[in-house]
Write a protein that binds this ligand. Sequence first.
Ligand SMILES: [Zn+2]
Length: 261
Amino acid sequence: MTRTWLTVDTDDRHHRPSMQGHPTRSASPDGRGVDRTPSEAWLSACSALGAWLDRQSVPVTLFVIADQLEVDASRDALLSLTNRPGVTVGCHGLHHRAWGAWPADELRFNDALTTSMHRLREAFGDRVQPWFRAPSGYVAPWMARVLAGVGMTVDSSVNPSFLVRKKAGPGRSWTDVERAMTDAGLVERPWLVRKGLPTCGPALHLPLLRRNARRAWRALPDVLKAEEVPVVEDASRPLVTVYWHLDDHARHHGAWTPPLR
Ligand SMILES: [Zn+2]
């Protein structure tokens, strides 16, 4: 039976591509000089997500950006969140650099992944899974081999919508990325689309997409049970993958919740 895998990306506002990490979209492409202090909104969103998890008791995977562990306030907030049953941690990059939007750089990508996983494991121990989500959804085929080389088993970066096909890299399609992941031995867990349109992350809020997204979420299969989470790594098991942003929980004065049934 198909189940739903709930995932949350822990981006703060300074991680966004308009701020840093993208060669042409960012105020600071290389991210140097960007203040990594967590925002008040992000910190309050951590509390709101924690309260929601306590009410729902559903397993969730947090895709964490490793630089959030360098600042005490964000480190403590994340440790408190992951101190709940059913919470697992995946890798959302070191500084949220949009690797797939830059020219291929296997060496530096490898170093960033190795450092990220080391820091995540040091902080979260066996909560950490070798699962990756590309910052800002930019994922190119060259990244697959590097991910496999550092021991990643799952990639969940593909947003298989025509609207964002450029994020697969110049001249590439989502099929190319999925094939590269499979060839490298990774399981690809693409995000849910409905009628070819994105339904996750920003699509939950954008005026032209949110209606379609909410319809898709209301029709989701049952959420994975805690003991079923390992099927994320089992390519033979179909799974619907959805994600939202942690700081969504700061919306509506902290009352926002993901639009599950
Ligand atoms: Zn992100």
